[in-house]
Design a protein around this ligand. Structure first.
Ligand code: BTN
Length: 329
């Protein structure tokens, strides 16, 4: 039945009305089967409107992810990647982590049209709904150990900024270590987040599960669920973006960055990262794991991706922590 629901959603993706009778004929099932499948939509967070005499429709048109379309949009390079799109999954990171530990191939991408329990950094949730954001995870296997991967999440941030530039969004900024922000009407709003989970030895081989959530067109309902100011691609572009094409662009940029990171780590990305640093030379608070908060001016990023803050006690480097701005000016 879940399968039928997704076939129906592909039909309804154009945002127009489609009658139950016509869909029943098309899928060669009874109208009751169509009704039953549609009744399951709310369970995966999808609202389908039904109007007597007209049929069913989604609130707005959506572009569903499709692995073949992504692969084709990548051209020749498409064949270098193992791309899989799931209709619905709890978390693409959790799914990929599980299969990665039993030998899933390098350069794999797991994307989901619906992610029901997306994970954010620091135990938070990542809120998303059908067609409203890109939710996917990328598996990259490194020949060196996890100890050599500091700065990886910052490099991934650079890849995302490059991908955004390719679709004519050049105002995106990075918040250390890796949030993608847009400064809009005096407020920093989150456009995308990155969650990296590592597997393997500190010294031997390792694998990174690189999870990315990127807001495409978030509804008011969803926006209210997010615990911080957020924005989306739809707000930033006058034309609508095809999510399969955009996925293809991101995968290519990511692969390019990861290949260079593999040999040279974060160093070659440092200057570029700094050029997008949202809080460069600004007064910030950095909350450390022990709930201690340090205040100072964000002045630099080290070659390993640590944030350098000028404090009353002199410059200090931080490898992890939660940053917030003290003054946006
Ligand atoms: C953050 O900013 O807190 C990180 C958000 C990362 C969300 C993505 S969505 C795809 C992947 N799967 C998950 O469960 N989380 C990441």
């Amino acid at each position: 039945m879940a399968n039928l629901l997704f076939k129906i959603l592909e039909f309804l993706a154009d945002g127009k009305f489609h009658s139950g009778e016509m869909m029943a004929k098309h899928f060669n099932v009874s109208r009751v089967s169509i009704w039953n499948a549609i009744a399951k939509a709310e369970g995966v967070g999808v609202k389908i409107f039904s109007v007597r005499g007209k049929g069913y429709k989604l609130q707005q048109p959506i572009s569903l992810l499709n692995e073949k379309i992504i692969q084709n949009a990548m051209g020749e390079e498409g064949s270098w990647f193992n791309i899989k799109v799931l209709d619905s999954v709890e978390s693409t990171n959790s799914y990929l982590s599980k299969v990665a530990s039993s030998g899933y191939p390098h350069a794999s991408v797991i994307a989901a049209n619906i992610q029901t329990q997306g994970k954010g950094r620091r135990g938070r949730q990542w809120q998303s709904a059908l067609g409203e954001s890109l939710t996917f995870s990328f598996l990259w296997r490194f020949t060196h150990g996890a100890a050599g991967l500091s700065g990886l999440s910052l490099a991934v941030g650079v890849a995302l900024i490059r991908a955004l530039k390719k679709i004519n969004i050049s105002t995106a900024l990075l918040k250390w270590p890796n949030d993608i922000l847009i400064f809009d009407e005096g407020v920093y709003k989150k456009l995308a987040g990155i969650l990296i989970e590592l597997q393997g030895d500190t010294d031997g081989q390792s694998a990174a599960i690189i999870g990315i959530g990127l807001n495409l067109n978030i509804s008011k309902i969803q926006l209210e669920k997010i615990d911080q100011p957020a924005t989306d691609i739809h707000n930033l572009l006058s034309e609508t973006i095809d999510s399969n094409f955009f996925m293809a662009v991101i995968i290519k940029e990511l692969a390019q960055v990861l290949a260079l990171f593999e040999t040279e780590q974060f160093k070659p990305f440092r200057d570029e990262w700094l050029s997008y640093h949202a809080f460069q030379d600004k007064l910030i608070n950095i909350m450390l794991g022990n709930s201690q908060t340090i205040t100072g001016k964000a002045i630099d990023i080290s070659d390993t991706g640590a944030l350098v803050v000028s404090t009353d006690e002199g410059p200090k480097s931080f490898a992890s922590g939660e940053v917030s701005i003290r003054s946006a000016g």
